[in-house]
Design a binder for this molecule. Structure first.
Ligand code: G3P
Length: 217
């Protein structure tokens, strides 16, 4: 399973990238706002740092304008994936932009039927939002499972990019289901390394080591 980082914070991306944990990056208008940076400038910087796909989202709501924005974003770098919302106009933009050879990430997906349409419109990635379904007492992981089944039934090549990841369990559950990618905020990726028994075990080893009076260096 690939790890994308869901942030426009270049320092956080750089730290995770040095560890080899970054297969791609996803951004959205809220994350650009949080970064305080200019979208074109920060996206270019991320693309220079990362070999994999970097999603940059259009903000127009009408297909022709989305296509124009998508073409401009795609010019930033070869590894741009143009992100469009899962609306009727977004699907039109997806079809045109993917036919032109661009990677397209269709975002804000909340149903299996939406994911089916995105695949048929040529999406490179579909982004189902797990956490936001959980927020309204639905099970976001059920959606990942449904999309996996449908895509496998018909051999769709669109990659399932599980988004709105809030917990470490979301990551392992997506891996068990067979999502192609998870995009998670940096803190969730860092939390994957944590376990209370690791901390407890290390503490015991350090106490015993101190009692030996030895040093390695
Ligand atoms: O990738 C989409 C993601 O940024 C949304 O996450 O936590 O705002 O639902 P969240």
């Amino acid at each position: 399973m690939k790890f994308f980082v869901d942030t426009a914070d270049v320092d956080a991306i750089a730290e995770l990238n040095d560890l080899g944990f970054v297969d791609g990056v996803t951004t959205n208008p809220s994350l650009i706002l949080k970064s305080g940076r200019d979208i074109l400038e920060v996206t270019r910087e991320i693309c220079d740092m990362i070999d994999g796909p970097v999603s940059a989202e259009v903000v127009a709501l009408e297909a022709d304008a989305m296509i124009a924005e998508g073409r401009k974003l795609a010019k930033i770098a070869d590894n741009i994936a143009v992100k469009v919302p899962l609306t009727w106009d977004g699907l039109k933009a997806c079809k045109v932009l993917s036919d032109e050879g661009n990677m397209v990430n269709v975002t804000l997906c909340f149903s299996a039927n939406q994911a089916l349409l995105a695949a048929k419109a040529g999406a490179t990635f579909i982004s189902p939002f797990i956490g936001r379904l959980d927020d309204i007492n639905l099970d976001g992981l059920d959606l990942i499972e449904d999309i996996r089944t449908i895509y496998d039934n018909y051999n769709f090549k669109t990659e399932i990019l599980a988004a709105s990841i809030r917990t470490v369990n979301h990551v392992s559950d997506c891996a068990k289901i067979g999502a192609d990618v998870v995009t998670a905020p940096p803190n969730v990726l860092q939390n994957l390394a944590k376990h209370v028994l690791t901390d407890k075990g290390l503490d015991a080893f350090m106490k015993d080591w101190a009692k030996t009076g030895q040093q390695i260096l």
